[in-house]
Design a protein around this ligand. Structure first.
Ligand code: AMP
Length: 115
């Protein structure tokens, strides 16, 4: 997926503010943050979204909530609270078709999950 934006970030071909990396996952700051803490956590391997995970990517994503919890701690929002979500498909508002999870925190996020 040479033209995929997040694949290019994973390959370090375009810059991003990286906050975490291991063999299979990468996390970086969202370029247009919607909260004081807004990170994106991605599998390095390409898949379009939650509906397209290979077993290998699903295994990598299995460790993602623990990475998110660690990042929430490091970003100072573990106690105040945070949200982890992934958009899948047009109605969700997904705009980048490389699986990613938003980690949001640092302010009250509101009780509604959709409009
Ligand atoms: P989604 O709408 O769920 O597909 O989320 C895509 C997210 O990627 C948005 O929050 C964008 O602000 C973010 N984004 C787009 N381009 C970049 C980039 N180059 N670096 C970091 N975040 C980006």
């Amino acid at each position: 997926m040479s033209e995929c934006l997040f694949c290019k970030i994973a390959r370090k071909e375009i810059p991003a503010a990286l906050v975490y990396e291991d063999d299979s996952l990468l996390a970086f700051k969202d370029i247009a943050p919607q909260a004081p803490v807004h990170l994106l956590i991605i599998p390095k391997a390409h898949c379009e979204g939650l509906a397209d995970m290979t077993p290998e990517i699903a295994a990598a994503v299995g460790g993602l909530p623990r990475v998110a919890a660690r990042l929430a701690q490091e970003q100072g929002v573990a106690a105040s609270g945070w949200r982890l979500l992934s958009n899948c498909g047009p109605d969700s508002g997904q705009s980048v078709y490389h699986l990613h999870f938003h980690l949001l925190g640092g302010k009250p996020l509101g009780g509604r999950l959709c409009l």
